[in-house]
Write a protein that binds this ligand. Structure first.
Ligand code: THU
Length: 133
C-alpha cells in the first residue's frame, strides 16, 4: 500500500469523526508490517479531556487486533497546512516505532516525517543518552 492509498483511507475514516465540540474532524490510517490497515477518527467527549485523537484511535485499533509492528501512518484534516499530531499522539507513535508518518490536508498538501522529527528524545524505559551526550 502506497502513501496515497493510505491517505485515502485516512480521509474515509475522517467521515466517522465525532467532533461536535471542536468541529474539527480528523482521520488516520495505519499500515501494519503484516499488510493490514487500521483506521481511526477523533472521538470527542462532553468532558473535553477525554477526547481521543484520530492517530491514537487508529494505532490502538491496530494493537488491539494484535498488530504491533507499524510501518506507516497517515493523518488527514481540513486545515490550511497538513495536520500535525499532538504531543500525546507523538509519544504513542514513538512507543510503536511508526517509521513513516504522512501528514496531509484535504487540499492535497502533504509532508512525510519520521517519529524522531515529531518527538526527539521521547520517553522510553530503555537506557538512552541525552541529546547533548
Ligand atoms: N485532533 C486529532 O484527532 N489529531 C490531531 O493530530 C490533532 C487534533 C483532534 C482532537 C480534537 O477532537 C480536535 O482534533 C481539535 O483539537
Amino acid at each position: 500500500m502506497d502513501d496515497k492509498a493510505l491517505v485515502e483511507l485516512a480521509k474515509k475514516a475522517r467521515a466517522n469523526a465525532y467532533a461536535p465540540y471542536s468541529g474539527f474532524s480528523v482521520g488516520a490510517a495505519v499500515l501494519a508490517a503484516d499488510g493490514r490497515v487500521f483506521s481511526g477518527c477523533n472521538i470527542e467527549n462532553a468532558s473535553y479531556g477525554l477526547t481521543n485523537c484520530a492517530e491514537r484511535t487508529a494505532i490502538f485499533s491496530a494493537v488491539a487486533a494484535g498488530a504491533r509492528e507499524l510501518a506507516a501512518l497517515a493523518v488527514v484534516a481540513d486545515g490550511e497546512l497538513p495536520c500535525s499530531p499532538c504531543g500525546a499522539c507523538r509519544q504513542v507513535i514513538a512507543e510503536f516505532a511508526v517509521e513513516r508518518i504522512i501528514l496531509a490536508n484535504l487540499a492535497g498538501k502533504s509532508r512525510v516525517v519520521t517519529k524522531e522529527d515529531l518527538l526527539p528524545f521521547a520517553f522510553s524505559f530503555e537506557e538512552k543518552s541525552l541529546p547533548s551526550d
